[in-house]
Design a protein. Structure first.
Length: 211
């Protein structure tokens, strides 16, 4: 083989190696292990009185705080043109109740979140999560309507602005399968970004302005 031919072969091999290295780096950069985490944070006070139901936990008028952590690399379980549902997300929360003097903390990794941006008048955030407290198996559903443009898309990404929660745009319903209570919400919802596997900036149980 001539020297010229050998040089050409080396160039091809080095180019291929360089391509493989670049491709590997791109895969690492996009992997779930290194993608940033977005923490959805909501805190405030449940409006009094309840919008409907008997409010057996006496949550109306009480403060709450929740965090939901999701990776920006999360793949939706279901999705459409401008909506996506993400499952098995980690949720932590703290809520006060009129039944006990001390707050109740809870957590699970079975939370569902649906994001939707298809409505020209609003963006939409839906939360569903199971909770086992005080000997009861409950499901919690929160529905939050946000100004258009709060979310850039239905992907896991930080909000573009802080959302003010009122009973006209934010409600939470808890149910034991037979009885349901719906409460309005007065508070704030926002997002924080941290490195993959990082700790959220606000921890459950912290109520800014409500200490």
């Amino acid at each position: 083989m001539s020297i010229h031919s050998t040089k050409n072969t080396c160039v091809v091999v080095l180019a291929a190696v360089g391509f493989c290295i670049t491709a590997t780096q791109n895969l690492v950069a996009a992997s779930p292990a290194t993608a940033p985490n977005v923490t959805y944070i909501a805190y405030g006070i449940f409006a009094y009185p309840a919008l409907s139901g008997s409010d057996i936990f006496k949550l109306a008028g009480q403060p709450f705080s929740i965090n939901i952590i999701a990776s920006e690399a999360a793949v939706p379980k279901k999705n459409g043109k401008q909506w996506a549902q993400y499952t098995n997300l980690q949720l932590t929360g703290t809520v006060y109740t009129g039944l006990e003097p001390t707050p109740i903390s809870f957590s699970n990794g079975s939370t569902y979140v649906t994001l939707a941006t298809g409505n020209p008048d609003l963006d939409f955030f839906l939360l569903w999560t199971p909770i086992h407290e005080l000997g009861l198996a409950l499901t919690i559903t929160a529905e939050i309507s946000m100004p258009t443009g709060t979310m850039s898309s239905a992907h896991i990404l930080p909000f573009n602005s802080i959302v003010t929660l009122t009973p006209t745009n934010a409600t939470v319903t808890y149910s034991d399968g037979m009885n349901s209570t719906t409460l309005g919400i007065n508070g704030v919802m926002m997002t924080k970004v941290s490195a993959g596997g990082g700790v959220a900036a606000l921890s459950a149980g912290y109520f800014p302005g409500l200490e």
